[in-house]
Design a protein around this ligand. Structure first.
Ligand SMILES: Nc1ncnc2c1ncn2[C@@H]1O[C@H](C[S@+](CC[C@H]([NH3+])C(=O)[O-])CC(=O)[O-])[C@@H](O)[C@H]1O
Ligand SMILES: O=C(O)C(=O)Cc1ccccc1
Length: 242
């Protein structure tokens, strides 16, 4: 499997902004598993949701697919005929490694891996769209346009699964959730230095918004039904149905 994440283990002096480069790719499954509470459950449930929502002859999109975890979960659970998965990521290093992982997988649903900014990828004839911890890395001013494009590309009854690190408007609650997230990381073996250096690397790179803002924007682009289906501390996943 992947190597252990020790990217932020040594004092770095100046901490550069976080990027999905080759070093991160090599440790990514370990990093995300030890950093995102509920990640394994969320990925498995994306499979269950795809099983329910994938429509025959439609497309499923995994936007910001990294190594293709959600793609694989969907691929192994979609019963609908003639579906195709489009997995998109703008990190060349991620897509290269995803290609190797997919080549070793025996799932039957065809997968197209695309190395591009998800903003350049047309979305059409979709029944499932996944943004599993991806929108948080895109400037807030560009998020509405992406969600509108997804809404417009979905068939009626189609679903968007949106997982994000979230913020809270109440300062005390915000502080508590961040503290509990750091305790989760510490329990998974990250040192105080690793937690602090990763936190500065993510500053201005990963921008969380409140669940209220996510819900309102999803409704305002047209989604009928919007609600949280998973939350642990400051990590949440929403389902939005067209
Ligand atoms: N504009 C963009 N266009 C395409 N990809 C992008 C863009 N911006 C960021 N990315 C990509 O979004 C991914 C975010 S990781 C997703 C985990 C995955 N979904 C998983 O289910 O394992 C989440 C995390 O690391 O917290 C990275 O691979 C980026 O290259
Ligand atoms: O580690 C964190 O603090 C996170 O918010 C999650 C994460 C996981 C993997 C890459 C970037 C951020």
């Amino acid at each position: 499997m992947s190597e252990k994440d020790n990217i932020f283990a040594k004092p770095l002096g100046e901490v550069a902004g976080f990027s999905f480069d080759q070093k991160v790719v090599e440790v990514f499954p370990d990093m995300i598993q030890r950093s995102v509470p509920g990640y394994t459950t969320i990925v498995a449930m994306i499979g269950t949701l795809a099983e329910r929502f994938a429509q025959s002859g439609s497309r499923c999109y995994d936007l910001g697919c990294s190594l293709g975890a959600a793609t694989l979960a969907m691929r192994h659970r979609i019963p609908a005929a003639e579906c195709e998965i489009f997995a998109v990521d703008n990190s060349e290093a991620m897509i290269q490694q995803a290609r190797t992982i997919l080549a070793a997988d025996s799932g039957q649903v065809p997968v197209q891996l695309i190395c591009d900014d998800l903003q350049n990828v047309p979305i059409t004839n979709a029944s499932v769209a996944v943004l599993n911890f991806t929108l948080q890395f895109i400037p807030t001013s560009e998020r509405r346009e992406i969600l509108q494009k997804i809404y417009d590309g979905l068939r009626p009854g189609g679903v968007l699964i949106l997982s994000e690190k979230v913020a809270f408007s109440d300062g005390d609650h915000q502080e508590l959730m961040i503290d509990l997230h750091h305790a989760f990381k510490a329990a998974n073996g990250y040192s105080a230095l690793e937690i602090a250096q990763k936190r500065s690397a993510l500053e201005n790179v990963l921008i969380p918004e409140t669940l209220h803002d996510h819900r309102e924007r999803l409704k305002s682009v047209g989604f009928n039904s919007v609600d949280v289906w998973f939350q642990c501390f400051n990590f949440a996943s929403l389902i939005a149905i067209k």
